[in-house]
Design a protein around this ligand. Sequence first.
Ligand code: ATP
Ligand code: MG
Length: 403
Amino acid sequence: MKKVILVRYGEIALKGLNRPTFEAKLVNNIKRSLYRLGKIEVNRSQSRIYVEPQTDDYDYDLAIERLTKVFGVISVSPVWKIESNFEEIKKYSAEMLKDIIDRNVVSHTGAEGTVTFKVETKRGNKRFPMKSPEISAELGGFLLERIPVLKVDVNNPSIILFVEVRESTYIYSEIIPASGGLPVGTNGKVMLLLSGGIDSPVAGWMMAKRGAVLEAVHFHSYPYTSERAKEKVIELARILSNYCYNINLHIVPFTDIQLEINDKCPQDELTIIMRRAMMMIAEKIANANGALALVTGESLGQVASQTIESLYCTDSAVNMPVFRPLIGMDKNDVIDIARKIDTFETSILPYEDCCTVFVAKHPKTKPKLPNILKSESVLNLEELIEKAIEKTEVLTITPGKKY
Ligand code: ATP
Ligand code: MG
C-alpha cells in the first residue's frame, strides 16, 4: 500500500485552449507549496493530480494543509493506492474505515454509536473480474461483518468509501475542501497597497485567488509608526505568501510626505491628498516591476476616504486600473474571510498605521477634484515621491522564512 494525495481541480478544466498552461501552472504551484516536505512525484491523469511522496516519514497532514491553500485546487483526499486485487481491496478498506472511525472524522454517528456508510465503486479497468455494483455489494457485506459499529445507509451515510479500480486501485473516504479559484500566475501581476489593517490582506488574497501574482507596497511613517507596526505588515505578507508562495514587499518611508502635506494643505483634505500620494507612489513602483493594476482594501462608505467622491479623487491620481475587490462587502463579511485565511489575529494587533497618525478631526467626505488639485499644487510632490522611492526597501517574503 502506498499513501498518495488526490488533488481535484475545478474551474481550470473549463478553460479550453488555455487548459495545458493552467494545468502546468497548477502542478508547479503544488510542487512549490510542498517545499521542504521531502521528495514527491506529481502525476496528472483524467483531470486529477496525484501527489506521491517518495519518503516514509512524509508529513501528510502538513502537506494536505498546504494543498488546501493552493488556488485552483477544489478539494484533496488522502488516498491509499493498492493492487487491483479483491483480497487487497477488502483488507485495506477495512483498515481505512477503522482508522477513520478511530480518528473521529465521520460527520455523524447514529444511535448506540453506529456509523452509517456506503461503498461507491468505479471500475475503469475492464479486465478486473468483478463489475462495480458487485464490488460495492461484496465489499459492503465484508465490512459490515468486520466492523460491528457499521450500518448501511445509501441515502445519507456518514462515511462514503470510494473505490476506484484502475491499473492500481485507489481507496479513499475523506474529501477536504480547498480554496478554489485559479492558479496564481495565470493572470497578470498586481500591486497591493498593504496596510496593517483587516481589509487590504483580504483584498490581496481575493486577487491572488483569481490567479493574479501579488506584489505589495507598504507606507510607514517612522518614527511616528513603530518598528513593530512594520513587522506586523511583514507578518501579514508572510501569511499571504502561504497562498501565493512569494511576495515582493516594498516598504516606503512616508514621513516626509506626510509632514509636508500636514504642513501645507488644508486639514480636512489631508487624508485624501495623502491617499493620492500613496497611489502615485504605488503606480510608479508597479510600473517599475511589471504590475499592471493597483489593489486596495477599500469598501464603499466605510470611512470618509471611501465615499464615491473620495474614491474618484484617489483614482484620478493614477492611470492604471485600481481594483477594490471589497468595494461591495460589509465589514463582517471581510472579517469572516480574514479569519478563514488566518490574517485576522495579526491585523487586529494594536500597532498604529501611518493613516492614523495624521488624521483630521473632520475629513471631507465629498472632496472636489479641482480643489484637491489646487491644494496639492503647493507641494513639491514629484521630488518628494522620487526621494521616497529611492529610500524604499524591498523584501522578498516566502512562507518558510523568518524575518
Ligand atoms: P485596511 O484595513 O486595509 O487598513 P481601512 O479600512 O483601514 O483598510 P484605510 O486606512 O482608509 O482603510 O485604507 C484604505 C486602503 O488604503 C487600505 O485597504 C490599503 O489598501 C491602503 N492603505 C492604507 N494605509 C496604507 C499603508 N500604510 N500602506 C499601504 N497601503 C495602505
Ligand atoms: Mg487602515
